[in-house]
Design a protein around this ligand. Structure first.
Ligand code: 5GP
Length: 189
């Protein structure tokens, strides 16, 4: 997606460890108009109209997933990383290893909020090694929801997540695919 790629080139910074910092529009400060355009692009690419829910994992998946949910006029549900007294006992749970933090956490989703047969789209900000998405797929599959598509804002294609997720057979759409971050330079696929 041209608009997103332009923003990455203008504002993205490459950090050590193959991390792309896009805090000025995606991960810290959020540009709602860009997110609106990304949501429209996902809808066009997936070509599905009838969906029930959009799923993601907190924190940075929430903004793009919310934009997609708004585009379709359906609820968005996110997996929670932190325990809370408001979270009931009946939850789907999955273990996820965080690429940016280097630790593992349990993501939980209240089982009343995701139902068998729900037609869902899974949305996240980045795809690196695919652990967050594998966890999200696991949550959706535990609920026997129907995964119609997986949408990613930025895929780092030089990491193994893209291949891993494409092997699941679920349709994967990434709005910007990065081939390399070597020499602190962003190169698209
Ligand atoms: P994965 O589970 O695919 O290894 O990593 C995906 C998650 O890690 C994303 O939800 C995102 O929050 C974070 N992440 C992975 N790579 C990057 C990156 O280069 N930049 C930023 N800002 N977040 C990343």
């Amino acid at each position: 997606m041209k608009l997103l790629k332009e923003r990455i080139l203008e504002e993205g910074r490459v950090l050590p460890g193959n991390i792309l910092k896009v805090d000025s529009f995606l991960n810290h400060r959020v540009d709602p108009l860009l997110f609106q355009e990304m949501a429209k692009e996902f809808r066009k690419r997936f070509g599905v109209e009838e969906i029930d829910k959009v799923l993601t994992i907190e924190v940075s998946g929430i903004a793009p997933a919310y934009a997609v949910a708004l585009e379709y006029g359906v609820p968005m549900v996110f997996g929670k990383k932190t325990d809370s007294k408001t979270l009931g006992d009946e939850c789907y749970t999955t273990e996820i290893h965080s690429f940016t933090k280097g630790n593992s956490y349990t993501a939980k989703m209240d089982s009343h909020l995701l139902n068998e047969g729900d037609r869902v789209l899974l949305i996240d900000d980045f795809l690196a090694n695919g652990r967050a998405l594998t966890g999200l797929i696991d949550l959706a599959e535990q609920a026997n929801a129907e995964i119609l598509g997986i949408g990613i804002c930025i895929e780092k294609s030089f990491q193994k997540g893209g291949d891993l997720i494409r092997k699941t057979g679920y349709p994967l759409e990434s709005l910007a695919r990065i081939k390399s971050l070597e020499n602190e330079t962003v190169e698209f696929l």
